[in-house]
Design a protein around this ligand. Sequence first.
Ligand SMILES: Cc1cc2nc3c(=O)[nH]c(=O)nc-3n(C[C@H](O)[C@H](O)[C@H](O)COP(=O)(O)OP(=O)(O)OC[C@H]3O[C@@H](n4cnc5c(N)ncnc54)[C@H](O)[C@@H]3O)c2cc1C
Ligand code: FES
Length: 300
Amino acid sequence: MKARIITRQKLCPDIFWYEISAPHVACRFQAGQFVIIQVHERGERIPLTVAEAHPERGTIVLVFQVVGKTTLELSLLKEGEEIENCVGPLGNPSEINFFGQVICVGGGTGIACLLPIVRALSAAGNEVISLIGSRSRDYLILEDKIKAVSSSLFIATDDGTRGERGLVTDVLERILEEEEVRGKIQRVIAIGPPLMMRKVAEITRPHRIKTIVSLNTIMVDGTGMCGSCRVFLGKAMKLACIDGPEFDAHRVNFDDVISRLEMFRAKERLAWAVYRQQLEARQMEIKTKVRAKEGTASHD
Ligand SMILES: Cc1cc2nc3c(=O)[nH]c(=O)nc-3n(C[C@H](O)[C@H](O)[C@H](O)COP(=O)(O)OP(=O)(O)OC[C@H]3O[C@@H](n4cnc5c(N)ncnc54)[C@H](O)[C@@H]3O)c2cc1C
Ligand code: FES
């Protein structure tokens, strides 16, 4: 189903906020679910988490980072233009219950994926301690929105330009040792780069705290047919699109998740380079035409 871009905002140098019309998703969405979009007819299908849903307006919000060809194509669309296809909501919703005290950890665009979960956990009466991090202040997204739905918020940036200097996982490690929270945290939910999620799992394991991660595996159909999103929980194989995307972090084989994400790196780099060359060639062509027009106009 086509989806029109209603609002387009650049949150930071390469992260965008798109509110798009998708009434079929907005009315059924639950925290933790995602959509699969196709920018144009011949485009690759990519999964993006729904960061907000507005059933009354028939819209959803997608927050994405430009990391390759398809996300670059998406970022070049303007308000009023259409995304060729938007399918969803897909995946299992997050488990939202009253747990008591929970910690939500978000890194990079994972902060946007975490937003509806933090909101739903708070609405269910939990005390939600949110920890968000990015490489620097310029890349930190949605701080105010996360703050508005959290009981408390901790921020870390790699270079210390916002919040504490260091990794968000350093903050988690420290908090879990603090007197007021030690032994009280019922659940940790982490969404971000795989290395961050693996570290969160390592930190919470000795504390025996149930820890959930949302896995950003490669996906193609999103319906359990192609097998490209397989992950291993111990020896059991699962499909992130229909069994996930959230899994018990202490059982996930992160080495396998990370190596599978690397598998298509060479092809992805090539697709990105070719597409950028085509874009530059098109821009040159337009400039040449404009100059030629200006030239003939000045001779008239
Ligand atoms: C359930 C789920 C939810 C996601 N939600 C978001 C989100 O809300 N915001 C966001 O910015 N990103 C999200 N991602 C990741 C996003 O899908 C990829 O960044 C995107 O597919 C990259 O496409 P590309 O062509 O621009 O880059 P590519 O050049 O294709 O790849 C660049 C990087 O993206 C990874 N990637 C490529 N194709 C896929 C794919 N089909 N599925 C997953 N990863 C892929 C590659 O391993 C590589 O690391 C999500 C992934 C999953 C599985
Ligand atoms: S994306 Fe094809 S099986 Fe999950």
